[in-house]
Design a protein around this ligand. Structure first.
Ligand code: TMP
Ligand code: ASP
Length: 247
């Protein structure tokens, strides 16, 4: 890991940093491509809680690369081009649409809190919610009317975002179900491709951005272990990686 990480740094030092988020750093590669390097740092509740999870960058890069490759093959357009090394990916350059799309199959997290419904209670249908992507404002929940009125994206783009999100949910639920994991909910981000101007899936899909519960025991295999101080965070991420049988 150390050797590869040094190689990551070497790659990075030659390239211009264009964005540093909480989980990844993005470097310019060419007019239409960027390199994302995954970090081991973990934050929750918009930076109020910070920590470092051993090997998180390597594990999340592997899981996200695997899932994005699969989605590409299922004709979901994504920014993912290829995994470069243990911590880095080559991506299509996008302008991120500043919306977090929350896709839910069961009550959990903020939805359980809002309605006072026990976590793990099934929803009668898949629920899509949106948050404004803004650390300063604490990612407030917003409606589709807010999105369109404020002009965060166009009507057609939002329609595509919803359509892709539901298809992605179907694909991911199946994948996780086949390895004994219930996909409770997850977060997606979309961007407009610099080259084609089309809406494509961006960011990452990993135990940081999903709630993943073991089907038999309901054991949490995701970032809630970190958010709620449940312990064995790295082991949980590692277990998801191993169950996916990523080569
Ligand atoms: P929530 O229950 O806290 O609203 O989160 C729903 C899902 O979205 C959960 O799997 C965590 C994920 N999520 C993120 O990855 N980043 C975020 O900023 C938020 C608000 C949620
Ligand atoms: N708000 C998200 C969480 O609680 C992400 C973050 O703040 O880093 O996990």
């Amino acid at each position: 890991v150390d050797l590869i990480f040094k190689r990551d740094i070497k790659i990075s030092s030659r390239m211009k940093k264009i964005y540093e988020g909480k989980a990844k750093i993005t470097y310019a590669k060419s007019a239409h491509q960027v390199v994302a390097v995954y970090k081991d740092v973990d934050t929750a509740f918009n930076n109020l809680k910070k920590g470092s999870i051993k090997n998180k960058g390597v594990i999340n890069n592997s899981i996200s690369s695997y899932l994005f490759d699969l989605l590409n093959n299922c004709n979901i357009p994504t920014h993912f081009l290829k995994k470069i090394n243990q911590k880095s990916q080559l991506l299509k350059k996008v302008d991120i649409i500043p919306i977090e799309v929350l896709v839910r199959n069961y009550f959990a997290g903020s939805l359980s809190k809002k309605f006072g419904v026990k976590e793990g209670t099934p929803l009668s249908d898949t629920l899509i919610e949106y948050c404004l992507k803004s650390d300063e404002l604490g990612d407030p929940h917003i409606s589709s009317e807010h999105i369109l009125n404020i002009g965060l994206c166009s009507f057609d783009e939002l329609e595509l975002i919803d359509e892709y999100s539901l298809r992605i949910n179907d694909i991911l639920r199946g994948i996780f179900y086949s390895i004994g994991i219930n996909l409770i909910d997850f977060k997606l981000e979309f961007g407009v491709c610099k080259k084609t101007k089309k809406v494509i899936l961006a960011d990452e899909i990993s135990p940081d951005t999903c709630r993943l519960w073991d089907i038999k025991t309901n054991k949490k295999l995701d970032k809630d272990r970190f958010r709620r101080d449940l312990g064995n965070v790295e082991e949980a991420y590692q277990e998801v990686f191993e169950r996916l049988n990523i080569k």
